[in-house]
Design a protein around this ligand. Structure first.
Ligand code: CUA
Length: 174
């Protein structure tokens, strides 16, 4: 093999390595699906059936005092728009995306949850103090990315209402 051929060969290797490196999302999503088969959801039918139908979104109180929060991220909002949780209890977050890759963060905390279409992202959160937290998307997800934000209201545990099913997805009960 002469030098010129070797150089061409190395250049091709470099190019073939660069393509996947810039296509993180396309590789990442199918790979995660493969690893986490049970956490697969179809982004096209989220609103129609299964865990992420509208009536099931928001805050669900568990018998052990913890809460489960189910959300959808989509261009360019989080659903529900306002989440109510009690302070000082474990918050089991389950969230998926209806379209692009998003990242859910809570201002004033270190929590950051990456959200991929087709996969349920899970996180264990806990908010020690009552207060209002802005929730902000930190993954560039398109033209409206910078407007993609919503709210999390944390209320003292002893003031947290028993949520009726219709109140799970709003902060109106507060
Ligand atoms: Cu969603 Cu940026």
């Amino acid at each position: 093999m002469n030098w010129r051929k070797l150089r061409t060969f190395l250049l091709w290797v470099l190019v073939l390595c660069l393509i996947p490196a810039t296509r993180y999302y396309q590789i990442d999503v199918p790979f995660l699906r493969f690893l986490e088969g049970s956490r697969h959801v179809d982004p096209l039918t989220l609103h129609l059936s299964g865990e992420f139908v509208e009536s099931n979104l928001g805050t669900e109180q568990n018998p052990d005092g913890s809460v489960t929060v189910r959300m959808i991220a989509q261009q360019y909002l989080f659903i529900p728009h306002c989440i109510l949780v009690p302070a000082g209890v474990p918050v089991h977050l389950r969230i998926t995306s209806a379209d692009a890759v998003h990242s859910l963060t809570f201002n004033g905390t270190d929590y950051a949850v990456k959200i991929l279409p087709g996969t349920i992202s899970q996180a264990q959160l806990q908010f020690p103090r009552a207060g209002d937290y802005k929730t902000v998307c930190r993954e560039f997800c398109g033209a409206g990315h910078y407007a993609m934000r919503s709210e999390l209201k944390v209320v003292p545990r002893n003031q947290f209402p028993v949520l009726r099913p219709a109140e799970r997805g709003t902060c109106a009960a507060q």
